[in-house]
Design a protein around this ligand. Structure first.
Ligand SMILES: Nc1nc2c(ncn2[C@@H]2O[C@H](COP(=O)(O)OP(=O)(O)OP(=O)(O)O)[C@@H](O)[C@H]2O)c(=O)[nH]1
Ligand SMILES: [Mg+2]
Length: 442
């Protein structure tokens, strides 16, 4: 299954400003519940759609930021986390509502946070048909209300603003075109394996173990296969039985090794093997078994390189923090997917065991799925180790990295950490095939 790069567009604003009405106008259906009851949208509602001039898009309808209650606080936290991830933040304002309340604090907060996190922003002024009545009663004019609402924009001239009645279904196309111009052109997708060429095969080492789901391969494995086939590169698949390859009988181990090396040699007649891509947990064996003239890297590094848009430098810098860990330091292990953890799970068993062997006395915490600590909590950690992030949007991983950076916490990745454990030479070897690393070394 190829990963579709979707632009992420989030709709933000005050309770009852018309955020869900905006979502429904775009999708031309009742995607989100709309109701006069304040606080109707309790959790983030997501919809996938194509916007002709943009391509695939994920829309997020969020809860109003101004609900004052313990539940409102929870909604607020989720909405603000989404605001740090989006490619475009759409601030929906009902100028009459804002003017009558007399304080544009909610709009100001959204503009400030979007600006701080370097998110694109646009404003939709909801010119409701019933607004005129409220204005008349207050003695103000539409242009006063408009000016008051827009006073929160630091640079009014540069921020795209659209004024429309969100209940007017005829204007869906106009709203879509406005968002398309505000979100900007799509960036070229980062290639998954930029180093491969058409001469020589790529061997994928996939050690199906107890953790592997039956009936399908893991997403990075499928993605690599598809990318290689599309590029016309011959692909070989191999499974080393890790329990036999790591058993105490040297004859059994040697047999496993010979079989694998024989498989690599079988490609000689069609140009040999240019690269072995392995599951990170087998990097020890692969480093020992793959001949030095063949490049070697891991699925997890492949994923993080793509998710980080080809610039892994922040994760590579993070590996240096591994050298400075001391007893008593806390390490955060973050894994973006949800799966039940059995046997030799990498995040909960293998990584902590290896790190504890290298630096006794380390403390570990885990963050699974969508959970990720707030900035203040992150300061407790000396290092974060993140998975390849194949199950989350690149935008979410980027927001997490930005949050760690702000908290001053280095971050590395599963594949890099497991390779570091094998020694500097192994780490250097798995990084060497990547163009950005090669460029940095020049
Ligand atoms: N006539 C008219 N009514 C609107 C318009 N926009 C919103 N409304 C009404 O205002 C109420 C709130 O709209 P929603 O779209 O649910 O507002 P929201 O910002 O999603 O509200 P919360 O989810 O509660 O934060 C609903 O009764 C809508 O029908 C509009 O442009 N014109
Ligand atoms: Mg809503």
């Amino acid at each position: 299954m190829p990963r579709i790069e979707r632009k992420l567009i989030g709709i933000f604003g005050r309770i009852n400003a018309g955020k869900s009405t905006c979502m429904n106008l775009l999708t031309r259906q009742e995607t989100s519940l709309v109701d006069p009851q304040p606080g109707t949208t309790a959790d983030i509602k997501s919809a996938l759609m194509e916007i002709h001039a943009v391509g695939p898009v994920e829309l997020l309808d969020t809860a109003g930021l101004d609900e004052v209650s313990p539940l409102g606080q929870k909604k607020r936290r989720k909405t603000l986390a989404a605001l740090t991830e989006v490619d475009l933040a759409v601030l929906v304002v009902d100028p009459v509502q804002t003017l009558l309340l007399g304080d544009p604090a909610v709009e100001d907060a959204i503009v400030t946070i979007a600006h701080h996190h370097d998110r694109r922003l646009c404003v939709v002024l909801n010119r409701r048909a019933d607004g005129a009545e409220h204005l008349r009663a207050s003695g103000a004019t539409w242009s006063e209300a408009r000016r008051f609402a827009l006073s929160v924009l630091p640079d009014r001239a540069g921020t795209p603003v659209l004024e429309l009645d969100l209940a007017d279904r005829e204007r869906s196309g106009e709203l879509a075109a406005f968002l398309a111009s505000a979100v900007g052109p799509a960036a070229d997708a980062t290639p998954l394996l930029p180093m491969v060429h058409r001469h020589g095969a790529v061997v994928l080492h996939i050690p199906l173990d107890e953790e592997s789901p039956s009936g399908r391969l893991l997403r990075p494995q499928e993605m690599a296969m598809e990318a290689l086939l599309r590029a016309g590169v011959p692909v070989g698949l191999y499974r080393v039985d890790l329990s036999l390859a790591r058993c105490s009988n040297p004859a059994v181990v040697e047999r496993q090794r010979r079989n694998f090396v024989g498989f690599l040699a079988s490609f000689e007649r069609c140009g040999g093997v240019q690269l072995v891509l392995t599951d990170s947990q087998a990097i020890d064996l692969m480093n020992a078994w793959v001949p030095g003239e063949i490049s070697l890297t891991t699925f997890s590094i492949m994923m993080v390189n793509q998710t980080a848009c080809g610039d892994m430098s922040v994760f590579i810098d993070g590996t240096r923090a591994l050298d400075t860990l001391r007893a008593g330091d806390r390490v955060l292990i973050a894994e973006a997917c949800n799966h039940d953890r059995i046997a030799e799970d990498i995040g909960t068993v293998q990584l902590p065991r290896k790190l504890a062997a290298a630096v006794p006395g380390l403390e570990f915490d885990h963050a699974f799925g969508r959970e990720f600590p707030e900035s203040a909590e992150l300061r407790r950690y000396r290092l974060a180790i993140h998975c390849g992030g194949c199950m989350i949007r690149p935008q979410k991983l980027a927001a997490r990295v930005a949050r760690l950076r702000e908290a001053g916490i280095p971050v590395t990745n599963y594949g890099l950490a497991l390779s570091w454990y094998e020694g500097k030479a192994t780490l250097g070897r798995v990084l060497a095939p990547w163009p950005s690393v090669r460029r940095g070394a020049e």
